[in-house]
Structure formats: structure tokens, C-alpha cells
Design a protein around this ligand. Structure first.
Ligand SMILES: NC(=O)c1ccc[n+]([C@@H]2O[C@H](COP(=O)([O-])OP(=O)(O)OC[C@H]3O[C@@H](n4cnc5c(N)ncnc54)[C@H](O)[C@@H]3O)[C@@H](O)[C@H]2O)c1
Ligand SMILES: O=C(O)C(=O)C[C@@H](O)[C@H](O)[C@H](O)COP(=O)(O)O
Ligand SMILES: [Zn+2]
Length: 363
């Protein structure tokens, strides 16, 4: 085990503030995370891929507790209400009391579902995030958005429920498949694209090192993105304003994921394509220029991410799916667009004809 000191980033929410620890060997640092558990019961939520790899690293830390595990089948299509019901049944079988803790060990699918289950059990118990994908480390484990997908749309049921702590053990990235790693980079680019031009320029300079998974570069990218997101969440926990910027590329991306029945595209891939579409729509509306779109597209492509709508996806169907986005109001589309790198904005009353034109021209 590497025992180097982890980085600590705090999500500042008053009495509900919590640490995000990022470093090597953290799953095995039992004393650190065990101190966050208040009661005698723990349910570890994971999946059939991650549990065999990493559950053994935390088991000894659960000694003395009544604990069990609930394992999802692998994949976005399992982030469902039915599985929340099963997780709650597992908490019931454990006899979990209000001071119990849910431990989410896995990627964003596990984290979102485990967090929502914790939010539901007895109207809210503790949970700890142990993210094992790059995407979960830089985005989904931080900020307390939890929930599940419905056949009609992504993340349409959920709750804001903050974790007690985030334990990001970067050793787990060693087994992460290449495609999943690159999908995580899309959420790193997003953070820079919406509000941090110097970070965007840093990503451009370090794209090759990131694509090659250079450890120091990956560590710095994770820490910078988490620091940025923690700030946004601290200022606007429940997305009354600024936090919506974190949805850059997501209105398009979620529609693409839903159209692909949650199997064709990874979330980060949908976000990558969606960011380019949002940039093109911004251009069309006179908010930004082609140079900004080109710069974004170049960075995404250099990180091995897709930027075009996959063949066979129907633009009017995508538009219909976008109408159910949570940011919309009173039947009007509300999207996150930008004025260039680092300057994203919430834009209401976007005309469907403009969106459709961009969708039809983005193969
Ligand atoms: N709550 C939020 O703020 C937020 C933010 C971003 C994304 N999300 C959600 O997160 C989900 C996407 O998360 P994701 O990209 O982590 O996908 P994921 O959870 O499906 O994990 C990706 C794949 O990697 C595997 N895996 C995980 N860790 C591994 C490891 N260390 N080694 C080998 N394989 C490993 C998983 O089994 C899975 O096959 C989506 O549902 C998205 O909506 C939520
Ligand atoms: O934390 C946020 O806020 C985000 O929007 C982060 C997104 O990357 C993430 O995909 C989130 O799950 C999207 O949330 P939703 O509110 O659009 O469902
Ligand atoms: Zn996302």
C-alpha cells in the first residue's frame, strides 16, 4: 500500500461539510473512513465487476459491524427504481437503524443509486462515496445529486443527499478500461470549459500526458476538477442558479443516452458530443464563435472522445427527449450555452427550430 498523504478538498456546507480525500491506498486506510461511520450497520452497494476487485480491500475495515453487500448487475441500464427497492430490502434484511451507513463502492451508477437509497431509507441515512472510476472521482461522488433513470429520461427521479465523505483511491484506476477512463475525462473538460479558462489551457498542454494516464497529471486533473465542483456546490447546493452550469452538454448528452437505451453511449461520451452541440448552438445564436467550438472539439478529440452524433439517431426524437430535461420551465427549453471557453451561461427560451437545426447538422 502506498501511504502518501492524500489531498483533502472540503465541500463547504456548514455542519454538513465533508472531505473529499484523493490519494493512493485510501480504501485500505480503514481508520480514516471507518471514523465516518456512526452506527453499527453498513450496507456496501457495488456491482458485479467492482466488488470482486475492491470489496476485499475494505472488508477488514468493517469488522465489528453488522454489514452486508448489495451488488448491481453492471451497466447504466441497472440504475433503476427497481434496484433502489432491492437496496432498501437489503437494508431491511440487515435491520439497519437510522445511524446506519450506505457505502457506495464503484462508478457513478453505483454512487447515484446507493446515494438515492440512503436518501430514502428511513427518510435519510448517511452514505460514503468510494468512487472507482475517473468520472465518479471528478464528478458524481461530489455534490449530492443522487437518483435513477426512467425509460423516458435520465435521472428523472432522485434527491439531493450529500455524502459524509468521499474516498477516492486512485489505485483503483489501474483496472479501469480505457473507454471508461476517457469518458471520465469528458467531465474534467466540462469543468474547465464552463468556468476555468486557465484549467482548459492546462488540459490542452497536458492532453497527451492525460491520455497516457501519467499519474501526477491525472492526480492534478482530479484535484482541480473536484476543487472547482466543490466551490460550485458550496455556493448553490440545490441548483437554484450557478450549479446548472455543471449541466453543460448534458441536455443533449442525456437525450443521446436515453435514445441509445442507456447502452449505446457512455455518460461521458454523451457529454462530449453534447458539449460540442452546445458550442455549435451558441455559435448559431451569436453568443460565441467558431474558434471556440474548434478549440473545444480539438481538446475532446485529442483525449479520444467522440464529438459527432452517432449514425441512426433521429434528431426529432432527440428534441422530444430534450423537452423532459429538468432545467426546462413552462414548456420552454433552457440550456447551458457559452460565450467561449470558461464563460458558460444559462439560456432560457431557446427556440426548438435552432436546436433541431444544430442536431441535423452534427453528424
Ligand atoms: N451525481 C452526479 O453528480 C453525477 C455526475 C456525473 C455522472 N453521473 C452519473 O454517473 C454515471 C456514470 O458513471 P461512470 O462513468 O462511473 O459509469 P459506471 O458506474 O457505469 O462505471 C463504468 C464502468 O466501469 C466499471 N468499473 C468501475 N470501476 C472500475 C474499476 N476501478 N476497474 C474496472 N472497472 C471498473 C463499472 O463496472 C462499469 O462497467 C451515470 O449514470 C451518470 O448519470 C452522476
Ligand atoms: O453535479 C451536478 O450538478 C451536475 O450536473 C453534474 C453532471 O455531470 C451529472 O451528470 C449530473 O448527474 C446531471 O444531473 P441532472 O440534474 O442533469 O440529472
Ligand atoms: Zn455528467
Amino acid at each position: 500500500m502506498n501511504d502518501s498523504t492524500p489531498q483533502t478538498i472540503t465541500v463547504a456546507l456548514g455542519q454538513r461539510s465533508y472531505p473529499v480525500w484523493i490519494g493512493a491506498g485510501l480504501l485500505g486506510d480503514h481508520a480514516r473512513w471507518r471514523a465516518m461511520l456512526r452506527g453499527r450497520h453498513a450496507l456496501v452497494v457495488s456491482n458485479t465487476t467492482v466488488a470482486p476487485l475492491y470489496l476485499p480491500r475494505i472488508e477488514a475495515g468493517l469488522d465489528g459491524l453488522r454489514w452486508s453487500s448489495f451488488l448491481l448487475d453492471d451497466g447504466e441500464m441497472h440504475k433503476t427504481f427497481a434496484n433502489v427497492g432491492r437496496a432498501l430490502e437489503a437494508l431491511g434484511a440487515l435491520g439497519a437503524t437510522r445511524d446506519a451507513c450506505v457505502i457506495a463502492l464503484g462508478g457513478g451508477v453505483v454512487g447515484d443509486l446507493a446515494g438515492f437509497s440512503a436518501a430514502c431509507w428511513m427518510r435519510g441515512i448517511d452514505f460514503i462515496q468510494m468512487p472507482t472510476t475517473l468520472l465518479a472521482m471528478v464528478d458524481s461522488s461530489v455534490g449530492g445529486k443522487t437518483g435513477v433513470n426512467l425509460p423516458v429520461g435520465k435521472n428523472l427521479a432522485g434527491a439531493f443527499h450529500q455524502p459524509r465523505a468521499v474516498i477516492a483511491d486512485i489505485d483503483t484506476l489501474a483496472t479501469l478500461p480505457e473507454r471508461e477512463y476517457r469518458a471520465g475525462l469528458a467531465e474534467v473538460v466540462k469543468g474547465a470549459a464552463i468556468g476555468d479558462e486557465p484549467f482548459f489551457a492546462w488540459l490542452e498542454r497536458h492532453a497527451a500526458a492525460l491520455a497516457a494516464r501519467d499519474p501526477a497529471t491525472v492526480m492534478e486533473a482530479i484535484a482541480r476538477k473536484v476543487t472547482y465542483k466543490a466551490g460550485v456546490v458550496a455556493r448553490d447546493e440545490t441548483e437554484q442558479g450557478e450549479r446548472a452550469l455543471l449541466n453543460f452538454g448534458h441536455t443533449f448528452g442525456h437525450a443521446l443516452e436515453t435514445a441509445g437505451h442507456y447502452t449505446a453511449l457512455l455518460h461521458g461520451e454523451g457529454v462530449a458530443i453534447g458539449m460540442r452541440l452546445a458550442a455549435r448552438l451558441s455559435e448559431r445564436l451569436g453568443m460565441s464563435d467558431a474558434a471556440a467550438t474548434a478549440r473545444l472539439q480539438r481538446l475532446l478529440e485529442s483525449l479520444g472522445l467522440p464529438v459527432a452524433i452517432p449514425p441512426g439517431v433521429d434528431p426529432p426524437q432527440l428534441l422530444a427527449l430534450m423537452r423532459l430535461d429538468k432545467k426546462n420551465t413552462a414548456g420552454a427549453l433552457r440550456l447551458i450555452l457559452w460565450r467561449g471557453i470558461g464563460r458558460a451561461e444559462i439560456v432560457g427560451g431557446v427556440h426548438e427550430a435552432d436546436v433541431l437545426a444544430v442536431l441535423q447538422d452534427a453528424g
